[in-house]
Design a protein around this ligand. Structure first.
Ligand SMILES: CCCCCCCCCCCCCC(=O)SCCNC(=O)CCNC(=O)[C@H](O)C(C)(C)COP(=O)(O)OP(=O)(O)OC[C@H]1O[C@@H](n2cnc3c(N)ncnc32)[C@H](O)[C@@H]1OP(=O)(O)O
Length: 157
């Protein structure tokens, strides 16, 4: 296991990213509580303009003893990769999320979620992401996002 420690302040050259300013205040499930014992999370754009998150998995995300629940990892990837598509200009919801869990993710550790919008074809936007700490990959995901028709978008708010 790597001895790298990340902090929540990002890296030089990263810009803080204001998710509620883009999509509204509905994302409370994962990133809405910055002080609780579940997820603490901050978003940035890296120097290439891609969405990056720093996430602390707190004790209330526990699954295997001392480690994050797979569903908590999936929730983080769902939000970050969906938001990455929004940040790239696509008003979407997630249609399919395929996750490989590579290593157990220790609780109370700050990890990084990288994202990349890899393709856009019609309404289908493909986003790839991974949760890492140094060279350790905890999870990798492929996410298919589908743009919402204007009418449905209006109904959502
Ligand atoms: C203003 C709004 C505010 C909202 C703020 C939100 C912030 C969010 C921030 C993000 C963070 C939160 C993120 C979240 O948590 S988002 C919440 C979790 N996601 C959902 O609840 C989504 C529920 N599903 C749906 O709403 C519909 O099924 C969607 C919209 C996805 C498609 O139903 P729709 O009837 O519209 O589309 P279509 O059936 O004509 O298909 C169109 C094309 O897409 C292809 N396809 C479709 N589904 C799948 C699939 N599963 N796998 C593979 N392919 C699929 C399909 O084959 C077709 O391709 P083609 O035949 O044309 O080649």
């Amino acid at each position: 296991m790597t001895d790298i420690q990340l902090n929540m302040d990002g890296e030089p050259g990263w810009e803080p990213f204001d998710a509620p300013a883009l999509v509204g205040a509905s994302l409370r499930f994962v990133s809405g509580d910055r002080t609780g014992n579940r997820f603490r999370m901050r978003y940035f754009r890296n120097a290439s303009g891609e969405l990056v998150a720093r996430v602390w998995f707190g004790p209330e995300t526990e699954g295997p003893p001392g480690h994050a629940h797979g569903g908590s990892i999936a929730a983080v990837l769902d939000e970050v990769l969906g938001l990455a598509a929004w940040a790239a200009g696509y008003p979407i919801v997630v249609g399919n999320l395929n996750i490989h869990f590579r290593h157990l993710l220790p609780l109370q550790t700050v990890v990084q979620v990288d994202s990349e919008v890899v393709a856009a074809a019609g309404r289908k936007i493909s986003v790839r992401g991974r949760i890492v700490l140094g060279d350790r990959i905890f999870a990798e995901a492929d996410c298919l996002c589908i743009t919402l028709p204007e009418e449905q978008r209006r109904q959502l708010g």
